[in-house]
Design a protein around this ligand. Structure first.
Ligand SMILES: Nc1ncnc2c1ncn2[C@@H]1O[C@H](COP(=O)(O)OP(=O)(O)O)[C@@H](O)[C@H]1O
Ligand SMILES: [Mg+2]
Length: 253
């Protein structure tokens, strides 16, 4: 029985059944089967190049699958379309933050509340309800005071906060965050931790990639360890981190 068939339960938000993505000779993700529990926080760790971002890109339809099936809420997909993932209740952030550079922070959030096309979105900006939501989201990520700044004028950390804000504004059930803590100063790490905890308190499913083992020990309940595009370990955080093969992979870094 495949992992997908075994895990086809209501407690699972997202699964993969032997998914693969190869770049030439590089098996970035190689017949990988994982299971993401619903309503809890899962962290994905692994050495550089182990396929973490590729996995998130496959789950979000940013990259096309070479093989295998992604199962969202029990529905198996051989093709995951990026524009469809909000309808599946999935939203994401990128390791390399992607914002609309030439428009304001405020507009960067407003865009996702309206049309997914930029121009119609900007023309619908007056709705009171949407305006209130933009404010709420920007306050949640601590960026309300920067609402009028152009995205291109923000610091690295501020850009990450706006991108996380954009993900929150989508009202998803499942949040995929690719290295949300990387490159942040300690104070901003605390801000992002607070945001992630708030999302979890609403019963949402969160998956985040991280290299920060203190955060990985602190925040998630569930851990997925990748190595060379394959699964090295999966389960409860402390238990997985205590396994000898996982310790070896990390000492080998
Ligand atoms: N677009 C791409 N083209 C070619 N190779 C890629 C591409 N994206 C990722 N890779 C390769 O796939 C492997 C996994 O990359 P990635 O998923 O980014 O790893 P991680 O996020 O764990 O650091 C690496 O060897 C990387 O060089
Ligand atoms: Mg990566």
């Amino acid at each position: 029985m495949s992992a997908a068939e075994m895990n086809g339960s209501a407690d699972v938000a997202l699964e993969t059944d032997r998914i693969s993505k190869h770049f030439g000779a590089v098996r970035a993700v190689d017949e990988l089967s994982i299971s993401i529990p619903r309503g809890v926080m899962t962290s994905i760790v692994g050495p550089n190049g182990s396929g973490k971002s590729t996995l998130v890109n496959l789950l979000s339809g940013t990259l096309a699958l070479d093989g295998g099936v992604v199962i969202i809420d029990g529905v198996g997909l051989r093709v995951v379309r990026a524009y469809d993932t909000p309808n599946h209740g999935i939203t994401r952030t990128f390791q390399e933050v992607r914002l609309f550079e030439q428009i304001s922070v405020w507009d960067n959030i407003m865009v996702v509340l309206t049309e997914r096309r930029l121009l119609p979105a900007l023309m619908q900006r007056t709705t009171a309800e949407r305006r209130a939501k933009v404010q709420r989201v920007l306050e949640d990520v601590g960026m309300w005071e920067k609402k009028d700044s152009l995205a291109m004028d923000l610091s690295y950390g501020q850009r990450k906060l706006v991108e996380i804000g954009r993900a929150i504004a989508m009202d998803a059930n499942t949040y995929l965050f690719d290295e949300p803590f990387a490159g942040l100063f300690p104070q901003m790490i605390e801000t992002v931790k607070g945001i992630v905890r708030d999302i979890q308190a609403q019963g949402k499913t969160i998956i985040f990639i991280s290299h920060n083992m203190d955060i990985v020990r602190e925040l998630p309940e569930h851990l997925i360890v990748l190595e060379s595009g394959t699964l090295l370990g999966e389960g409860e955080v402390d238990e997985v981190l205590g396994r000898s093969e996982v310790i070896e992979a990390y000492l080998g870094l």
